[in-house]
Design a protein around this ligand. Structure first.
Ligand SMILES: Cc1cc2nc3c(=O)[nH]c(=O)nc-3n(C[C@H](O)[C@H](O)[C@H](O)COP(=O)(O)OP(=O)(O)OC[C@H]3O[C@@H](n4cnc5c(N)ncnc54)[C@H](O)[C@@H]3O)c2cc1C
Length: 482
């Protein structure tokens, strides 16, 4: 797509904000728009590094006056589909972070990653409800619901939000709580970036004592035994326990520890909060279901959450596909082994089943649009997205999805939905009722569909070419970018 912005328009933006503005010709542009997922190359017309809510508001107003689409990025962990055209607002400089240890609450700016919260909260003996890696942004994660390590005990991260500060498509800053703008509060918890840019968020923290967690690693040859044991074990788990199981085909890369490098392994992840002896006892059936290569479970400091899943901490090119399962029965087990079991040559690096249920099954006050509450498992696949494997991944993912369809849930969990393939797939994280409420709110707050990137419900997308050409013709200045 060819698009243009005039010198005077860009100068006007620069004069109305404090953070840096980058055109594609600027050396700072590429690092500003780079995503954690290296297979996604964002190509906005302009990038802007916001410093605070005023900056976000001014930039959104500037874009609104020109009918320009706006996208937002913090860490780029959720960059499943590329952003093309428009203004990308980067929040990575919005690093406000404070904790009230008495009230057990935190306030974060839009660019704060979980690691910063986890480290600071731990100094007060507290923890936030982070997921499998603390490298993701707190706000982007929570807007998608936020499936935490200890989700079965505490529910989704979004269940514990006190307030969002939101900039809507007209540049207005709104405080959104249960009592102020209640419909927005309902829709932001699970609604992702549909309705505007969240500039700050306040939420509850929890005592971080008595954590017991880690992973058991089995040779992939034992996949049938471990999967069967997992299926029989999970119904007995108390809500204090969370568990997931991954088929891992680990590449020959230095970042992988030697005993696991280049191997096919089964990784059983476990986390428990409560009495350590009980925590260990609850895990016993999995320890004895097959000979394990490594037992890395034990008492866990709240700053060590990343050691449970061992997610990559460096940017990687990946293609992801996720959905929800209502059950794990023998048929599902057979299908999983057909696709990922011993002797199968699969390009899928990671295929994981995360147990849901417990407090995840119900929102704290019963009102939000988070996906997965009625599902039994989240199922997620990730593969290194480089040619020639990249070309076959859609077929591979489809084939797995089809085989698991008898047990699949109608919705998806937006944070782990992965790459969307078309408009229908893009809004699949929301069931029809939620979709309609999102559309209604969007039609009121964002009638021109400025926020039309990433997982959003379908409103007509702004015709960027026409509008950006209008900018040029009305600006009357030299064209900056083409
Ligand atoms: C290795 C890995 C592990 C993960 N583990 C988990 C997990 O355990 N549980 C879980 O729930 N998710 C998990 N995720 C998914 C992750 O939570 C989502 O990708 C989330 O969107 C990341 O947010 P971000 O801001 O870091 O990413 P970004 O790519 O910067 O943002 C992704 C999207 O979030 C929205 N967004 C971000 N910031 C704002 C804002 N300020 N205002 C409005 N919208 C915004 C936008 O729609 C944006 O496109 C994982 C992802 C990865 C890569």
């Amino acid at each position: 797509m060819q698009s243009h912005a005039s010198f005077s328009d860009v100068s006007e933006l620069q004069l109305s904000v404090h953070g840096p503005v980058f055109t594609p010709a600027d050396p700072g542009f590429a690092p500003e728009v780079a995503a954690f997922n290296l297979s996604t190359q964002h190509q906005p017309d302009l990038a802007f590094g916001a410093l605070d809510a005023e900056d976000v508001s001014a930039a959104v107003r500037w874009a609104a006056e020109r009918g320009m689409p706006v996208s937002v990025q913090s860490t780029g962990h959720g960059a499943t589909n590329a952003i093309e055209g428009g203004l990308l607002i980067s929040t990575r400089r919005m690093l406000e972070l404070s904790i009230d240890p008495i009230e057990k609450t935190a306030r974060v700016g839009a660019g704060v990653r979980w690691k910063a919260v986890v480290d600071l909260a731990a100094t007060f003996g507290l923890m936030g409800l982070c997921g499998s890696t603390t490298d993701v942004g707190v706000v982007g994660y929570t807007l998608g619901g936020g499936l935490p390590i200890l989700g079965r005990k505490y529910g989704f991260a979004s269940d514990h939000v006190i307030a969002f500060e939101l900039v809507t498509a007209d540049g207005t800053q709104r405080r959104v709580t249960k009592d102020e703008n209640p419909e927005l509060f309902y829709l932001l918890r699970g609604g992702k970036g549909n309705l505007g840019i969240v500039t700050a968020m306040e939420f509850h923290l929890f005592p971080a004592d008595d954590l017991y967690a880690g992973g058991l690693y089995f040779d992939g040859g034992y996949a049938p035994e471990v999967l069967r044991a997992f299926r029989e074990w999970v119904p007995s788990l108390p809500v204090e326990a969370s568990a997931s199981m991954a088929f891992l085909r680990l590449p020959e890369m230095e970042m992988i520890p030697e005993p696991l490098r280049g191997k096919f392994v089964i990784h059983l992840r476990y986390a428990y909060q409560g009495d350590p002896a009980t925590a260990s006892e609850v895990l016993e059936p999995m320890r004895t279901c097959a000979p394990f290569m490594m037992d890395a479970t034990g008492p866990l400091s709240p700053t060590q959450f990343d050691t449970i899943h061992q997610d990559p901490d460096q940017p990687v090119p990946v293609r992801e596909h996720g959905f929800l399962l209502d059950r794990l029965d023998e048929q599902t087990e057979d299908a999983l082994l057909r696709h990922f079991g011993p002797g199968v040559d699969s390009p899928v690096l990671l295929a994981e089943l995360r147990l849901l249920g417990g407090a995840l099954a119900k929102s704290a006050d019963g009102e939000d649009i988070v996906g997965g509450r009625d599902a039994a498992f989240s199922f997620f696949m990730g593969a290194i997205a480089v040619p020639p494997v990249l070309d076959i991944l859609p077929t591979v993912f489809n084939s797995v999805h089809e085989d698991l369809r008898p047990a699949a849930n109608a919705g998806t969990f937006v944070n782990l939905h992965g790459h969307f393939v078309d408009a229908e797939d893009r809004e699949r994280p929301w069931l029809p009722g939620a979709r309609e409420r999102l559309r209604k709110a969007k039609a009121e707050l964002d009638p021109k569909n400025m926020f039309s990137f990433g997982h959003v419900v379908g409103l007509p997308v702004i015709d960027q070419t026409v509008l950006l050409q209008d900018v040029v013709s009305t600006g009357g200045d030299a064209v900056l970018n083409s």
